[in-house]
Write a protein that binds this ligand. Structure first.
Ligand code: ATP
Ligand code: MG
Length: 589
């Protein structure tokens, strides 16, 4: 039995509470505050004063109220039943809470994060008597239709597997195995606690090399991210950050999605909560929620819970990574998280740095993105976490601190452009301001689909850059003043924008584009570029080329040819060549 520390509140400043008397309490321990036993976490120790941030609404709390602590760090419970669940920032199950208290979260409500009564069918994979080490997989549970949950020896435990239950049905409360160690017998269950602020260990980090396929052309082809990588989606108000993260959560080829709604408006989160459970993954016919864990921390919930929600999310992600899965974490929005940090630090009386953010903002962001990566797990498997963070700079100004610091720690930057969003060019990811540092890491994977991938991508990118440069000239003198060859570059760039980069998330066919289709579409546009350029050199006008039916048809290929009929793009290419050649034939006669 843990010993209980007790103390008294001496001051209350919003969610920041100071207490005395808790001798022996440590940083990041949980403290339960007041008669409602509100959950808080120790965030500072100043001589005999303990500073606690409280994760629940603490109105009414006053000096003199009691504080107790069992000396345990703020932790999440990791075990079967996480998938398809929706939690708040401190892993309270929101569905359970709404069943108990309706839409209003009752103070101090304590519900277990995982269903303790549910029986899980367990299949052991190791026999008693074996030597086991931390991370070893003891057995499996079918957690839902999509996920096989691996029961692992927790980090820090190794010894002789003294006992393990036979195949059968057990709850997370049952003792299912024991490990004999010098330090005594370890009694293992399906679920274990892990402190949220401490990264789970792995053997070593590896260089990512497989792309996270998202089905979004501007991402996969132009600014791809590797599994185990990091990306930021900065964008002003309403430019499409949430839509992009939703599209990725729905279509990316990770095994598990952890979606952290962090400080966004409640109604947006409601959209996710009502939409996701209904979505079916067309690739396997299964509900997408069956690979998703959601953390919903809306703007009306207490600020500290928002601060901790990203750690809760990423710890859950690490747990599935340790099973050998590929996990994608979406955080919407890291700016709201940073604002929580700012509010708390100002209540703590910290000396502010840029724009009132605390000086440790950069370190905290670095620590968060650092938890991404492709790793060799403790059991020797590959597992990875990709972290994609939305950033909402006020006024869309990317020079503000959160965006600036984030760019230092991510290797992929999908900059949303207000001009594109206003023109309803979605996704409004700018091809000028965005970048990726993963092109060379994942090139080998793409070569398995087509050896020309990188050169095709770069050639198209160069057309877009040339277009960007020419647009400055066009602004001054108009496009008619340009030589025909340059006018043709503008025409092809327009085709890349409309026929390739633009992708409507609401279009039933175009919302997901397979890698094969992406490459074929882009190659088609480039073949128009090559053949058309020759025609222009022969004296044809851009408008003559543009007037061909087969050319105007090109922009519709993306939304007319399904992913499983890409050979139709080859057929189109034959018609395109014939169409362009027919122009020349006129000339020959
Ligand atoms: N890929 C897309 N396809 C179609 N429409 C889109 C796409 N991306 C964004 N939109 C449109 O833009 C609107 C705003 O997008 P979204 O809510 O994602 O912006 P946001 O950047 O998250 O905004 P906020 O700053 O309010 O959080 C959407 O409701 C939708 O109409
Ligand atoms: Mg949003």
């Amino acid at each position: 039995m843990d010993s209980v520390l007790t103390g008294k509140v001496i001051s209350v400043n919003g969610p920041i509470v100071k207490a005395v008397g808790l001798r022996g309490i440590k940083m990041f321990d949980i403290a339960e505050v007041g008669s409602d036993r509100l959950i808080g976490e120790v965030i500072r120790l100043i001589e005999d004063v303990t500073v606690i941030q409280v994760y629940e609404d603490n109105t009414g709390l006053k000096p003199g109220d009691e504080v107790i602590s069992y000396g345990r760090p703020l932790s999440v419970l990791l075990g079967p039943g996480l998938i398809a669940n929706i939690y708040d920032g401190i892993q309270r199950p929101l569905v359970g809470i709404s069943e108990v208290c309706g839409s209003y979260i009752k103070k101090g409500i304590k519900l277990p994060p995982l269903d303790a009564k549910k029986k899980w069918a367990f299949k052991p994979l190791i026999k008693a008597g074996a030597q086991v080490n931390q991370g070893d997989i003891l057995g499996e549970i079918q957690e839902g239709p999509l996920v096989i949950h691996k029961i692992m020896i927790p980090p820090g435990i190794s010894g002789k597997l003294a006992s393990i239950v036979p195949a059968g049905e057990y709850t997370i409360e049952d003792e299912v195995y024991t490990v004999e160690r010098e330090a005594g017998t370890y009694k293992g269950k399906f679920a274990e606690y892990w402190p949220v602020r401490k990264p789970r260990p792995n053997k070593n980090k590896k260089k990512p090399f497989i792309p996270l396929i998202t089905g979004q052309r501007v991402i996969d082809t132009f600014f791809p991210i590797a599994r185990g990588g990091t990306a930021a989606i900065p964008g002003g108000f309403g430019t499409g950050k949430t839509m992009t993260q939703h599209a990725l959560s729905k279509w990316c080829n990770a095994d598990i999605i952890v979606y952290i709604g962090c400080g966004e408006r409640g109604n947006e989160m409601t959209d996710v909560l009502t939409e996701f459970p209904k979505l079916i993954d067309e690739r396997n016919g299964q509900p997408l929620i069956e690979r998703t864990v959601m953390i919903a921390n809306t703007s009306n919930m207490p600020v500290p819970a928002r601060e901790v929600s990203i750690y809760t999310g990423v710890t859950i992600a690490e747990y599935y990574r340790d099973m050998g899965y590929s996990v994608a974490v979406m955080a919407d929005s890291t700016s709201r998280w940073a604002e929580a940090l700012r509010e708390l630090s100002s209540r703590l009386g910290d000396m502010p740095a840029e724009e009132g953010f605390p000086p440790y903002l950069a370190t905290r962001l670095a620590e968060f993105y650092e938890r991404a990566g492709l790793v060799e797990t403790l059991s020797g498997k590959d597992g990875d976490i990709t972290i994609i963070g939305a950033v909402s700079p006020p006024g869309g100004d990317f020079s503000e601190p959160v965006t600036q610091h984030t760019t230092r720690f991510v290797r992929c930057f999908w900059a949303l452009d207000k001009v594109l969003a206003d023109a309803r060019h979605y996704p409004s990811i700018s091809w000028i301001d965005s970048y990726t540092e993963y092109l060379h890491d994942i090139e080998k994977w793409w070569r398995g689909i087509d050896s020309e991938w990188l050169s095709v991508r770069n050639e198209a990118m160069n057309i877009l850059l040339e277009d960007h440069r020419l647009q400055q000239v066009v602004k001054l003198v108009g496009s008619d003043a340009l030589p025909p060859a340059q006018q043709f570059v503008l025409f092809v760039a327009e085709m890349i924008k409309n026929g390739f980069l633009q992708q409507n998330s609401f279009d039933p066919l175009d919302k997901y584009c397979s890698p094969e289709k992406q490459l074929k579409l882009l190659k088609t546009i480039l073949s128009l570029y090559k053949k058309g350029r020759d025609l222009v050199q022969l004296g044809f006008l851009v408008k003559e080329i543009a007037a061909l039916d087969v050319v105007s048809e090109m922009v519709r290929l993306k939304s007319e040819i399904p992913n499983n009929e890409v050979e139709k793009i080859d057929e189109y290419n034959v018609r395109l060549s014939l169409g362009l050649d027919s122009l020349k034939e006129h000339l020959d006669h």
